[in-house]
Design a protein. Structure first.
Length: 310
């Protein structure tokens, strides 16, 4: 559809449908969110495009994405949404769903408590998490925010450094009793390692963190960091684990803390339109507050007395 002079004013209902599709990335998901059917959503988008004289959405690799005209219309749609919210004076100041893609550990230790704190003030806010350990997507379809490990290289998005965490080498007390406590790093050569599946790891920073364990042999590998913790506690081998997940377990001992410590950054990637959503902005503030609150645990400072160094 070529750009022409708009023939009529766009409908507020059509703008609200565009807002839902932009956030969901799919007509079917937007229809479910709005209580409509797929055909109605498609008809509303077509009506909006006819009114504006051009395409507002195009198909991307992972769903529908906004065109420049669509981004312009989205700003108006957000104003309509805000105006409708103000018409309900008894409603909480914030409401709606924030959709987050993040690693397993961040999701459980940072994002969930952050949302709990936000919901204590705004009970109509909710969080949907897609747990994933991957590079930042070039098209953020269906999610408002992404948290990745390592500095992202993205276009048409805002990247915010949230803070750092550390990986350390851990073993269970039972494992060390059976196999002995290594006295030097050389003693780890050929030892069993619990970590990510190397062939499936997409994050360069996490792959680089293996440098201190290159002479070890993969024993249990998983895409889920909570599996790493449980496998290490079960005695499957030496786990290269986030300190904030490992230190609370008294049955785990940190080895060589002064020599094996990989410091990794958490980065938040935001769609520009997400930064115009008050609920998303409030959640970002809650994430920052939780990161500050948990700084000692993230950096392995909260359980120094439980570590052991050969």
């Amino acid at each position: 559809m070529s750009l022409t002079t708009p023939r009529r004013a766009p409908s507020a209902d059509d703008l609200i449908v565009l807002l839902a599709v932009a956030r969901e990335g799919r007509y079917t998901s937007a229809a479910s969110r709005l209580g409509l059917n797929h055909t109605t959503v498609a008809r509303r988008i077509e009506s909006l495009e006819q009114a504006l004289g051009g395409r507002v959405l195009v198909r991307g690799t992972a769903g529908w994405v906004l065109t420049p005209l669509g981004e312009h219309a989205l700003a108006a749609a957000e104003e309509v949404e805000a105006a409708l919210r103000r018409l309900s004076p008894d409603a909480p100041a914030l409401g709606g769903v924030v959709r987050l893609s993040a690693t397993d550990g961040f999701s459980g230790f940072i994002a969930a408590p952050a949302m709990a704190a936000l919901r204590a003030r705004h009970p109509d806010v909710s969080l949907e998490i897609v747990a994933a350990t991957r590079r930042a997507a070039q098209q953020r379809v269906g999610v408002d925010l992404e948290v990745v490990v390592g500095r992202p290289h993205v276009q048409r998005a805002e990247a915010i450094h949230l803070g750092d965490y550390v990986l350390g080498l851990y073993a269970s007390r039972a494992f060390l009793e059976r196999n002995g406590t290594p006295e030097t790093l050389d003693d780890l050569a050929g030892g069993p390692l619990v970590y990510f599946i190397e062939s499936m790891l997409q994050v360069d920073a996490l792959d680089a963190a293996r440098r201190s364990t290159r002479g070890m042999v993969d024993a249990v590998s998983s895409t889920n960091v909570y599996v790493h913790v449980d496998a290490t506690r079960a005695g499957a081998g030496y786990g290269l684990l986030p300190a904030f997940l490992a230190d609370p377990h008294e049955d785990l001992v940190r080895l060589f803390p002064d020599r094996i410590e990989e410091r990794l950054p958490y980065w938040l990637v935001c769609r520009p339109e997400a930064l115009r959503q008050p609920t998303a902005v409030a959640f970002i503030a809650a994430l920052r507050a939780r990161m500050a609150e948990a700084a000692d645990a993230l950096l392995g400072r909260s359980a120094a007395s439980s570590s052991a160094d050969g």
